[in-house]
Design a binder for this molecule. Structure first.
Ligand SMILES: *Cc1c(COP(=O)(O)O)cnc(C)c1O
Length: 352
């Protein structure tokens, strides 16, 4: 089966071979305080910094999921309130989690066809952190780097946290424009689920240390402490760290990857706009995601399309949340191979 599901998504074809290597090298049972682990962790972070253009002064942490990052941020970086800007299900879920930990959290929702305008926000004085979703996986929208830049200029004294779960390692992000970035690895990283990366600027590290929150196994202060020797607070997903290291060794830099993703996206736009039975969910090209494409059609068409696709060996992404029955989604992630894209293109053109 060929999967276009936007997470968990298709993993790199080399993964089975890397798993075998890990087993042969005895890595599956190594101690996470051992020298071998420390060397692997340090090398993986060094490769991440190189391949993703992470500023040298930023710190990288291994965590379990993007959902965990939502909680870490509220628990370890927010004393009074965070301000959540969202236009879809994942951004809203983050806001829901934040409110449970910090009832004073604020929300600001905007339309999915709307270009985000930070001049419209009324951010209360006590807010110390702004929370945004770079790539809203539920509806296939994304926030432009230019907008992040203007948010930075409007809020120089506040931390900016960005959920980039379905774009990091696929889109070219200017990480210097925010203080906290995170993504789980089962999307653009093309790895099995069960791990996420949390990336923090020096300002975020300072804020964590100032607040000094240390009541949880995943308190950021404890994570910072352990990462000084490339370690984690708990036994991490050692196999996935190894798989991340091996895939990064063989991946090109993010500029080249993003270029390929953009070319594939342009071609998808031409193809999808020509389909007689479907249309793009997001009409405004300026806010469309390049890594997750949502396509709209009548519920009966969607149903039939997914069923025929499955028979043809292709898994399409279900619609998410309120778009469950009226859309399907196509992951435009780096691990998907050209021949697979060709197969789906032909299928969609020949459908009905
Ligand atoms: C998939 C996704 C999540 C949740 O990721 P988990 O690894 O399941 O916690 C959060 N945010 C966005 C934008 C996502 O696409």
């Amino acid at each position: 089966m060929i999967s276009f599901y936007p997470g968990p998504s298709k993993v790199y074809p080399q993964i089975p071979q890397y798993v075998l290597e890990a087993q042969q090298q005895g890595l599956l049972s190594i101690n996470h305080r051992s020298e071998e682990f420390v060397a692997m962790s340090a090398r993986t972070i060094q490769l991440l910094k190189q391949r993703l253009n992470i500023p040298e002064s930023y710190q990288v942490f291994f965590v379990s999921s993007a959902t965990e990052c939502w909680e870490i941020i509220s628990q370890s970086l927010v004393q009074h309130a965070s301000f959540h800007v969202y236009n879809g299900a994942f951004g809203e879920k983050w806001y829901d989690y934040a409110r449970k930990l910090q009832p004073a959290a604020h929300g600001f929702s905007f339309g999915q066809e709307e270009k985000l305008n930070p001049n419209l926000w009324q951010v209360p004085a006590e807010v110390e952190l702004l929370a945004l979703t770079h790539n809203e996986t539920s509806n296939g929208t994304a926030v432009d780097m230019e907008i992040l830049k203007s948010i930075r200029q409007l809020h120089p004294q506040r931390l900016i946290a960005v959920d980039a779960t379905s774009s990091m390692a696929g889109a070219h992000l200017d990480l210097s424009l925010a203080d906290v970035w995170f993504a789980s690895v089962q999307k653009c990283f093309g790895l099995p689920a069960g791990m996420a990366l949390l990336i923090c600027s020096p300002a975020a590290i300072r804020q964590a240390n100032t607040l000094g929150e240390n009541r949880h196994y995943n308190s950021l202060t404890s994570m910072i402490h352990h990462m000084q020797s490339w370690q984690t607070t708990h036994t991490p997903n050692v196999l996935n760290i190894y798989l991340l290291m091996r895939t990064l060794e063989n991946r090109e830099g993010i500029e080249q990857t993003a270029q390929t993703i953009q070319e594939r996206y342009t071609r998808w736009m031409q193809d999808l706009q020509a389909l007689p039975y479907a249309s793009l969910l997001i009409k405004n090209a300026a806010v469309r995601s390049q890594t997750v494409i949502a396509v709209e059609a009548l519920p009966e068409v969607i149903l039939q399309l997914k069923e025929s696709a499955r028979k043809a060996g292709i898994i399409l992404g279900n619609g998410y949340g309120i778009w469950k029955t009226t859309t399907f989604r196509i992951a435009n992630f780096p691990a998907i191979e050209t021949y697979e894209i060709e197969k789906l293109r032909t299928f969609l053109q020949e459908f009905r």
